[in-house]
Design a binder for this molecule. Structure first.
Ligand code: UDP
Length: 234
């Protein structure tokens, strides 16, 4: 893989709750901030996409119109980004939150030029609000932003420490891959990220590094030779 100069980190919404029953696990988010700072201090640019599953999932709410349910989901991802961005700021990191639609003075409207401007100032850029369209997910959001922003890789921090050939929760013999091609992920429907996002990464040659968010220092390690997760190659 080429040198990593710009990466987009994807955090799931649920991950922000950490070991708590609800809300945000500040200590865990501060540790994410510390790790991201270690990476940006080396001159690597970091964008962040966060899911919204801790608040809301459009597809699990069939009592209302799907488009409306997904709009609530997109707003949930913005709330998560604002929170995490503020925790990052409290640790001395400069940040900005961009959304694909206007949110008044709350966020700034996404454009590639604007995001590049913030990156060049050394800021961590939060890409909130997903793609801005219903029937998509923040998986497709991270794929889209990684492609559009010419990122070198997506860092996928998950509850599980890599990609397995079957679910280790139900199959104790499940085998973890050190490396797997994105084509194989698609063919075997391994569900690392959703199918739309997988195909986008495959067609646009964006590799993914999949690792456990709960493993100590895993984000920093993903950027170094100590990577212990699964490399999804293109
Ligand atoms: N969402 C959407 N479009 C996007 C990104 C997200 O409609 O581009 C909505 C969708 O309802 C989704 C929710 O926001 O369920 C939360 O996003 P996340 O990716 O966390 O959803 P998940 O894949 O966990 O359902």
């Amino acid at each position: 893989m080429k040198d990593l100069k710009r990466v987009i980190l994807k955090l799931s919404g649920e991950a922000l709750t950490g070991n708590q029953k609800s809300g945000y696990d500040d200590a865990m988010i501060e540790d994410i901030a510390r790790q991201v700072k270690e990476i940006t201090d080396k001159g690597i640019q970091v964008g962040i996409v966060i899911g919204g599953g801790n608040y809301w999932r459009g597809r699990s709410n069939d009592s209302i119109d799907r488009t409306k349910a997904d709009q609530i989901g997109m707003l949930a991802t913005i709330m998560n980004c604002i929170y995490v961005s503020e925790i990052f700021r409290s640790t001395g990191i400069m940040t900005n939150v961009l959304t694909p639609f206007e949110c008044g003075g709350i966020t700034k409207l996404f454009s590639k030029d604007r995001a590049n401007k913030y990156f060049s100032k050394g800021m961590v850029v939060f890409f909130a609000g997903g793609t801005g369209h219903p029937y998509f997910s923040t998986d497709t959001g991270v794929a889209l932003r990684a492609i559009e922003m010419d990122a070198d890789a997506i860092l996928l921090a998950k509850a599980i420490d890599g990609v397995y050939d079957s679910d280790p929760k139900t199959n104790p013999a499940a085998k973890k891959y050190d490396s797997i091609s994105i084509q194989e992920v698609v063919d075997k429907k391994l569900g690392v990220i959703d199918m739309t996002a997988s195909v986008m990464c495959m067609e646009n040659r964006i590799p993914l590094m999949v690792f456990g968010l709960n493993e100590k220092n895993s984000i920093v390690d993903a950027m170094s030779g100590k990577f212990n997760g699964t490399m999804v190659t293109v």
